[in-house]
Design a protein around this ligand. Sequence first.
Ligand SMILES: [Zn+2]
Length: 325
Amino acid sequence: MSWQAALLLKQQISLLDYLQGQGWKPARQSTGGRLMGLCPLHCDHHPSFLVDPNRNLFYCYGCGRGGDVIRLAELYHGVRFADALAVLRHWSGLGSLLPDVANFYQMQLHRHGEAVAYLLQRGLHQAEVIEELRIGYAPGRCLRAWLTSLGYSLETLQQAGLVNPEGHDSYSHRIVFPLDGNLYGRSTGAATPHRFLPGSKGGLYAWEKVRECPEIILVEGMFDLAVLWQAGYRNVTCSLGSHLNAPQFRQLCADNGKRRTVYLALDSDANGSGQTAARRLSQRLRAQGITTRRVELPNGHDPNSFFVGGGNAHEFQCLLERACL
Ligand SMILES: [Zn+2]
């Protein structure tokens, strides 16, 4: 991409829109229409991040970093200039597209018995939870035609990763969860279990809803989160994998990180790899002053299989109370 194209992209993308798309919120107004908020680039406890929407620039009084939207993307995602451009181009192209995709897949869910059967098999039966998570179903072979009828070009759909180079829907026979700037698809069959669109998986799921909670339960998978919601636990967030990316780790540390207890309810693998991952994460969070508790699920279980296997809210509560430091 040429410098001219980079310049154009910089003018097209509002820094404020991009920040808000990543879950950033201004804490207060400053002079000249400028905004102050917590810095998304370091573990900030008092708003020290200044955004000037008119000049499309930022500066942090805490970590001393500043610049334009491309610089922000470089620092935020920890990538080089060329990759930051790719991330931004991808993000700007997804603006209206992802909500259209999510709506379409949501409409498909109840038209396909196999999708509802899969949800039941994973212990998900509450209509309100399914609705609130905007769970959908990608049957395959129909998204491309639908989006084309809405006016999206094939090129746009391929760039977003929704249609593969052969021209077929990328998501097929998958339960779909819309994320912030991405789309998670869980295979109901033998295909690769997990699929995301190219680009970042984004921050922690529904972080805005839990960030004020003094106790937060962190899980790896969306089906873990869904059954916990059903069981009445709303202080749950999900990292979509056992590895936290840099923005997710910063979210756990930011704001009132030091007043927060994080319950790590990660998968308990028979070979112990999940437990090792939880111990490492626990150490990294403690180094930031955060209290952590490791929830010990029965061997070979994750929160989803715990509930599917007959576990109930009371038994899960006992696990939380027994969780070790
Ligand atoms: Zn900073």
